[in-house]
Each structure stands twice: as C-alpha cells, then as structure tokens.
Design a protein around this ligand. Structure first.
Ligand SMILES: Nc1ncnc2c1ncn2[C@@H]1O[C@H](COP(=O)(O)OP(=O)(O)OP(=O)(O)O)[C@@H](O)[C@H]1O
Length: 464
C-alpha cells in the first residue's frame, strides 16, 4: 500500500502534536515532564554512536610551553589529506621553506575517512592566560606555540567503538614522518653503518654509566641544500623512536633560557639545531673584544640600575662557545639518552670548538646524488627494481645506466631536485620520468655549475 503525505495529513499531524504538547503541559507535573525529557534525550543518545575525543595542544603549557610536534604533524597531515574538503583553509609559509603550508583555521572542522573509519578534526583557540607555566621564550619548533597570544588545540573526534583502531593505526599513520633509513638516498654501506652506530648507542646505557659519561651523542650533518639533512634527522627519530626538539637558537636570549629549555627535553630525544651557522654570530667573541669600548660608552649613557641590568644581560647573552660549554655541562645532569644534531650548509664557517672530539661524535657530509643514491630514489618514486621478479625493461635499464653514468662523471644534482623531476612526471611511467632526468643531467653536464662544493656520495668523517 502506497502512503501519500499530502498537505491535509501534514496539517492534522501538526495539530495532533500541538494537542499532545498542551495535554502534557496541563496534566503532567513539571518534575515528571523533566524526567520524561531526560529519558527521551538518553534514548536519542543510545541510538547515536558514542564518541571519544583526543585533544592535541599546540604548546605544552604544563612545562616549558614548548611547541608540541604532534600538533604540527597533525596540521601537516590535515593540510595534505583532508583540507581539500574543508570549508576554509589557512595558508602560511614557514621561514626557509619554498612551499606554503595549509592548516585548519581556528574554529573550523574537517572530516577524514581512513580505512572506512570516519573521524572529525576541529581546531580551537582561546587566549593564553599569562601566569604560571607560561614561557615567553618558546623556541622549540617554528611558530613558538600559542602564536598571536592564543592557545590553539586540535580536537580529534571518532566513534568510541573504533578507539583501538584510532590509537594503534590512525594516529601513528597521521604523525609518522615518511622518511626512514630505507627511503634515504645515500650510500647503502654508510647508511647501514649509521644505523648500527645509532642502535649501539641506544643499547649502551650501562656502558655510559660505567665509564661515567653522559648518555649522549653528537652529530654534525653538512652539505648543500636538498641533500637530505632534515630527512636523515627524521629517519633517525623514526629508527630510535625518539622525540624531536627543533631548537631555534636565534630566539633564545640568554644561556639561562637555554638551560631551562634543555632541561625540559625528555629522555629519548633528538635535539636539533638546524643551520647552526645562521643561528649564532660565530665571530661574536672577536667582535666583543673589539667593541668593548663602544659598549661601555653606551652603558655610561644609562642610569646606574639600567646599566647594571644591561651589562648582566650582555654577559649572559648567548654565544656559540657559551652554548657549547653550557650544553656539555648540562648533559651530565640529564638522565636518559639524548642525541644532539647540528646541521649546516657551511661547515667551514663553524667554530672549531663545536667540532671538538667528544662534542661531535660524527661529522657526516651529505653530497650530491650518486649512482647508488639514484637507485634508491628510482625505487621509491618509480618502483624501478622494487620487485626482483619483474621482467627486465630494456628502455628503463638503458636510461638508468645513462643517468648513473652521468652522475658517476660528476654531474651535480641533489636528491631533492631528482625528487622534483620524478614528482613532475607522476603517472607518466618510469621511462618517461627517467628520460626527463637524463635530459636534465645532460643539460647540467653541458652547462657546468659554478659552485665548488665537492660532489660525491654521502661521505663521513669519524670524529672519534
Ligand atoms: N638523501 C635523500 N634521500 C631521500 N630523499 C631526499 C634526500 N635528500 C633530499 N631528499 C628529498 O628532498 C626533500 C628536501 O630534503 P631535505 O629537507 O632533507 O634536505 P636538506 O639537506 O635538509 O635541505 P636544507 O639544507 O635546505 O634544509 C625531502 O623532502 C626529500 O623528499
């Protein structure tokens, strides 16, 4: 039997509801009415799947106010995955990056579906309360948590029955950096050596305790931009399952602030100072000795109290040797394993104090792409050589051989540039991408670069 809902039946339905409501008001006491309402609300909730919520704050307000890397990782994930469907997107361009990064604007939501499970992300912002726990020198990470005086959070909501899936699968998928030792385009022998060194370090708690040394290791990564310094840091963190603290030294005013920040790092952490040559005025000690008269003249113009305060700040202000002496002493008071990694494009500008044995255990140069590194990139991006059972492809093999020959003949290209070439040919097939690369390499061979940086494999110089 077909049911037709015409205007007349709608009218009588509304009239019935009105009569029922009036009857409820007239005959049911207010307490019973409230009880009925609560019962109805509970019934409605029972039909809705209960949700669970995970809150990710932008800054760790409880201790140092350090930026929460999970927040950044979640925003990056949202930017790349589900913001296409979001009603609004915020764009910002981090310093030293060529690309704009998308994130979820405050008070907006974005839906995501992963392996059939639907989740909802909401961004919130509330003004920061100045007071206990607030750290004005918040230098871990790029934006220094709570940018613009707001405390930002991301709320992840999902049906409670999928709690295990979200914890064990979705969150690790969201927060993991894709770089691992296997995806690193470096000389395989050296890659294995670094991996073994790290695993040995992580397993030698007793050894460090026995010889009375702090459980720490220092790496210096250097090489031209786009050769994989940041990727190696991410691969190390993924391998050891360490947290990464990205230390922005330029915003640390004094050694005391640095001390507070380093004390706030947890065991199993990698403290990274990127572009150390840009972070501090490395010639400051010489300059200070030459400019002392000028400084004194300026201090003389201030009131005695202000001059004393300024002089104290000057003595305390951060310098490379100060940082290093300080960090050396500090490590001995830290319990638990920590890695300190400095990166630079200009190792020649560094103070020898930084490279002193015992401070930097390894100095690793990441160079231009080598034939072995190209094979890793071709496998990652194009699937070339992924399955040994695959039928050989004469065109692909010929192009690989030519590209490898050009790299072996010292044609310089960074792994990042090769990645861009391959990404630009996404979907066009391995032979089209390799043909484009060979064209690019031939072009570079015929118009040699003017720079003088040593070409070659990822090379390493041991400091111990
Ligand atoms: N050795 C490498 N192995 C795999 N991928 C690489 C490598 N080097 C660069 N890439 C790719 O290029 C991009 C940029 O690399 P990365 O940021 O690690 O370089 P970098 O040396 O830290 O550069 P910069 O000095 O500008 O910070 C990465 O996202 C990665 O995809």
């Amino acid at each position: 039997m077909e049911m037709v809902l015409d205007w007349r039946s709608v009218g009588s339905l509304i009239a019935t509801v009105m009569v029922f409501r009036t009857a409820m008001r007239d005959f049911i006491p207010p307490e019973a009415e409230q009880w009925l309402r609560r019962l109805l609300a509970r019934l409605a909730a029972a039909f809705r799947a209960p949700t669970a919520t995970i809150l990710i704050d932008e800054a760790d307000g409880a201790s140092s106010g350090a930026t929460n890397d999970l927040y950044d990782a979640a925003q990056l994930y949202l930017g790349s995955r589900c913001l296409a469907a979001a009603p609004a997107v915020r764009l910002y361009k981090p310093r030293q990056s060529e690309r704009a990064v998308a994130s979820l604007p405050d008070s907006h939501t974005a839906d995501d579906t992963f392996q059939g499970v639907r989740v909802k992300w909401t961004s919130t912002a509330r003004p920061v309360e100045r007071g206990a726990g607030h750290n004005p020198y918040n230098v871990f990470g790029s934006r220094g948590g709570g940018a613009g005086g707001d405390h930002r959070s991301l709320e992840l909501q999902f049906p409670r029955q999928h709690r295990d899936f979200v914890h064990d699968t979705y969150i690790p998928h969201t927060f993991s950096h894709p770089s691992t030792f296997d995806t690193l385009a470096v000389d395989p022998a050296l890659r294995e050596e670094i991996r073994a060194d790290l695993l040995r370090f992580a397993a030698r708690r007793e050894h460090y305790a026995r010889v009375g040394r702090a459980w720490k290791r220092g790496y210096l990564l250097h090489g031209p931009p786009g050769t994989g310094k940041t990727s190696l840091v991410a691969a190390i963190a993924n391998l050891l399952e360490f947290d990464v603290y990205d230390l922005e030294l330029t915003t640390v005013p004094t050694n005391s602030h640095l001390r507070r920040l380093l004390v706030s790092t947890t065991p199993k952490s990698v403290v990274v100072v990127e572009d150390i040559d840009c972070s501090l005025d490395l010639s400051d000690r010489k300059k200070n000795s030459g400019g002392a008269d000028e400084d004194n003249a300026q201090l003389a113009m201030l009131s005695p109290a202000a001059a004393a305060a300024m002089a104290a700040i000057g003595r305390e202000s951060i310098s490379l040797s100060g940082v290093l002496n300080f960090v050396d002493g500090l490590w001995s008071s830290c319990v638990g394993e920590r890695l300190m990694i400095f990166t630079t494009n200009h190792p020649e500008r560094l103070d020898p104090a930084l490279l002193r044995p015992g401070r930097m255990d390894r100095k690793i140069e990441l160079g231009y792409c080598t034939p072995a590194a190209l094979r890793v990139l071709a496998k990652n991006y194009l699937g070339v050589g992924e399955d040994p059972e695959d039928e050989p492809d004469a065109v692909v093999d010929g192009l690989m051989a030519e590209a490898e020959g050009l790299l072996a003949a010292d044609v310089r290209i960074t792994p990042a540039d090769i990645g861009e070439v391959f990404m630009g040919c996404d979907g066009a097939g391995a032979s089209a991408a390799l043909r484009k690369l060979v064209g690019e390499l031939r072009g570079r061979r015929d118009a040699p670069a003017a720079d003088t940086v040593q070409s070659g494999a990822l090379t390493e110089e041991k400091m111990e």
